[in-house]
Write a protein that binds this ligand. Sequence first.
Ligand SMILES: *[C@@H]1O[C@H](CO)[C@@H](O)[C@H](O)[C@H]1NC(C)=O
Ligand SMILES: *[C@@H]1O[C@H](CO)[C@@H](O)[C@H](O)[C@H]1NC(C)=O
Ligand SMILES: *[C@@H]1O[C@H](CO)[C@@H](O)[C@H](O)[C@H]1NC(C)=O
Ligand SMILES: *[C@@H]1O[C@H](CO)[C@@H](O)[C@H](O)[C@H]1NC(C)=O
Ligand SMILES: *[C@@H]1O[C@H](CO)[C@@H](O)[C@H](O)[C@H]1NC(C)=O
Ligand SMILES: *[C@@H]1O[C@H](CO)[C@@H](O)[C@H](O)[C@H]1NC(C)=O
Ligand SMILES: *[C@@H]1O[C@H](CO)[C@@H](O)[C@H](O)[C@H]1NC(C)=O
Ligand SMILES: *[C@@H]1O[C@H](CO)[C@@H](O)[C@H](O)[C@H]1NC(C)=O
Length: 847
Amino acid sequence: MRDITKLQCFTILCLTFFPTRAFSVDTLTSTQSLTNNHTLVSSPAQVFELGFFTPDNSRWYFGIWYKKIPVRTFVWVANRDQPLSNPSNTFKFGDQGSIVVVNESGSIFWSSNQTQAVHPVVQLLDSGNLVVREESNTDKYLWQSFDYPTDTLLTGMKLGWDLDANMDRYLTSWNNPNDPSTGAYSFKLDFHGFPEIFLWNNQKRVYRSGPWNGLRFSGVPEMEPLDGLSFEFANDQHKVYYSFSETNASLISRLIMNSTGYLQRFVWIESSQLWNLFWYAPKDQCDDYSSCGPYGMCDTNASPVCKCVKGFAPKNLQAWNLRDGSDGCLRNTSLDCEKDKFLPLNNMKLPDSTTAFVNKSMSLTECQEMCLKNCSCTAYANYQITGQGVGGCVIWTDELLDMRVYAEGSGQDLYVRLAASEIDNVASVGSGSGSDKTKQIIVVIAITVGTVIVLSGLIACFLWKRNLLQSLQKGKTEQRGLPERSQDLLLNEVVISSKKEYSGESNLDELELPVYDFGTIAIATGNFSDENKLGQGGFGCVYKGRLVEDEDIAVKRLSKTSGQGMEEFKNELKLIARLQHRNLVRLLGCCIETDEKILIYEYMENKSLDSILFNKAKCSLLDWPRRFNIICGTARGLLYLHQDSRFRIIHRDMKASNILLDGEMNPKISDFGMARIFSKDQTEANTRRVVGTYGYMSPEYAMDGLFSVKSDVFSFGVLVLEIISGKKNRGFYYANNELNLLGHAWNLWKEGNALELIDSSMHNSYSPSEVMRCIQVGLLCVQERAEDRPNMSSVVLMLSSETATMLQPKQPGFCLGRNPAETSSSSSRQEESFTVNQVTVTMLDAR
Ligand SMILES: *[C@@H]1O[C@H](CO)[C@@H](O)[C@H](O)[C@H]1NC(C)=O
Ligand SMILES: *[C@@H]1O[C@H](CO)[C@@H](O)[C@H](O)[C@H]1NC(C)=O
Ligand SMILES: *[C@@H]1O[C@H](CO)[C@@H](O)[C@H](O)[C@H]1NC(C)=O
Ligand SMILES: *[C@@H]1O[C@H](CO)[C@@H](O)[C@H](O)[C@H]1NC(C)=O
Ligand SMILES: *[C@@H]1O[C@H](CO)[C@@H](O)[C@H](O)[C@H]1NC(C)=O
Ligand SMILES: *[C@@H]1O[C@H](CO)[C@@H](O)[C@H](O)[C@H]1NC(C)=O
Ligand SMILES: *[C@@H]1O[C@H](CO)[C@@H](O)[C@H](O)[C@H]1NC(C)=O
Ligand SMILES: *[C@@H]1O[C@H](CO)[C@@H](O)[C@H](O)[C@H]1NC(C)=O
């Protein structure tokens, strides 16, 4: 006992008389205290330091900062609103195991809650947590500074609620960078409904993280677990909180609520000795809370940024036109409860969800049913989009507030309730309760409307005869509003050029396409039987089917699980429904029902080019005239996409398996799931998500995500060389050389032996000059620099004319074996990212 007292006295002496840096401790007992210039330093790593500090020599504070970081950075302040006015102060134990900060005359300026500890010690941990515990129990903290954050969230801190203890942990800004007193801004989790975190300016909400979707916050699409940093969101009946941690201990990161109202995440960069701003929010106008009001959606890519959800119109048109969208939108047609339908919206930040209802175990279909039954339900969505709890159900019963639209692939799907009449022209999800009676009425309407058209619109009838008759026979079509759309179609076809410039977003209701119901398609394909299966791609399966007696169809059923399915689906619908060319595969119709998404194409007897070209038993079917025809047809189809259709379309996934062959081996380009529309004067764009197929991707696209018509030209060049050689670019290695097909072709070309490239199965069916011309075109198309590659119109010209002048090709891009250093680095990167060959791959762009 006496020994202990002696030791404690010694420690106090040390603390009082020795300079801190020479001797540091991390723990104080109840008889010890910390004064003036002395500090506690966390151990063993000495990451944090606790002590008194002053920003201006007139106010003194007690707090924690990083010890080793030269830029003095405070992470916690005890007496932020009660500064000490003199430099001589003391930190020690007060009554009942509390810790206190007192001035020279003993007035308490800050106190923790009482802990009732018998032998309390206070310790500064390497995490930055200041804890009070029983001396004998190192694990149980009776009080901890992590429960009372100031403006900084550190690894391991929880932002949110301990519901059992009714404790709310949130960040509050400093008043200004030199004044730690409580500022105007706070970042606070609301655990009600579907929990999310709000940024407040005093009593006003200014920003919302959006609810946690299993992977990230719905309103922070850029949030991705990076190397060394991972995010966690806990949500059960005991706790709801957000936290993060560094998986790489050498990373130092902190999230702060700054004094001007921004959240900032900093990462310490050792080499430059600086805090690097890693992320911040709010970022743009659309992050402002409810900037477009109820049922308004904010889209930074649109001008003005606010638009109403379909079926809604601006509430205050005058203010709306003056670009003040805050009054939001009103429903055009009032709801009719169980007869209503749902409009799917993609890439959304989910609306304010603090009053939403959540059931984590319901499926999306059950969710829709539940929403439909509850007449006050306005929208529904999945609870989690990823991870263990994928699925689940969220239902909104209030006005939908603070929605925004993100770039493709970044947001989430939301299903908004609309009156059936608003949605009838749209390919909707679900169709009410679908009683026989409603179906009969629909059929009667369809027949009536149909008859009127048959009688009145001769041309319309001609164009739509087949589909219409079909629909009438089956009596099951979902297609309504035929008159307007037929006229629309006519108008579009006649005034083909300038009616509507593509505006970045078009609705499904603008589609001039027959919509089939699921039952019809199921019957046509023998219930999607395996023997009718034609193939399987990245987004689902393709089946052969027979719709009416003598018409074969190909049915592409998108897999329900693919998260991006809906996006690609709509993309494809929007695009191909408007395209007409004999070298593009024709879309006959579609089917959208609950979570079924189906495209119906003309059936192509000879399937895809790769199934013949790369098949030893079948490749001899393709003699040179046929191959040349395939090359020329594909070039014409691509030219139409790039230049001659109403839009400039980049296919982005040109490859042998996307060229389909009809009975006469005529090629047709298919699969527009990845395609992008450019305005006529736009020539290139950048994407964060690189999609495509390895072996066909141009260097600038694979490396930098830069795509343009020239990236399609590159893929076309690869295709040409594959068609001539009968070999795949990828997976082809010539002899013991490290060359791929492009490199091999290039070498043969340089040596003047280009004809050696020819597929031996062609025997002598070819004309050497035609083949040479094709090889030269192929090599011109795969040149490394996009600007060197020809556009499709000169490709078509060069292919068709014996006399067209042609440049000498330069070295191809992605020609392995040319520059050892460059090759090894780029090829190893490719190997990591693209392990699949024929299947379309998606990878995140390396930042
Ligand atoms: C703290 O230390 C500085 C120099 O190290 C000294 O000038 C100052 O008087 C000390 N303050 C107190 C309150 O002891
Ligand atoms: C300590 O604080 C009290 C209350 O603010 C004040 O009255 C007293 O003068 C202070 N003592 C010293 C020595 O500053
Ligand atoms: C003490 O506990 C009460 C209730 O739990 C809490 O409101 C208060 O902020 C705590 N004070 C400190 C300084 O920890
Ligand atoms: C942690 O990060 C450092 C520096 O960024 C790096 O050198 C080290 O390899 C990383 N460690 C792990 C296990 O990832
Ligand atoms: C707060 O963060 C924003 C966004 O990073 C920044 O522009 C602003 O300067 C910061 N304010 C302060 C006081 O650091
Ligand atoms: C809503 O109704 C108004 C007139 O009632 C109409 O001008 C507007 O186009 C409609 N909006 C939508 C999205 O249907
Ligand atoms: C959630 O939905 C499931 C399935 O419909 C049901 O069994 C369960 O009771 C629901 N839970 C809550 C809390 O409503
Ligand atoms: C609709 O849902 C809300 C929220 O879950 C609930 O409060 C309300 O009672 C429901 N109404 C009906 C009619 O079921």
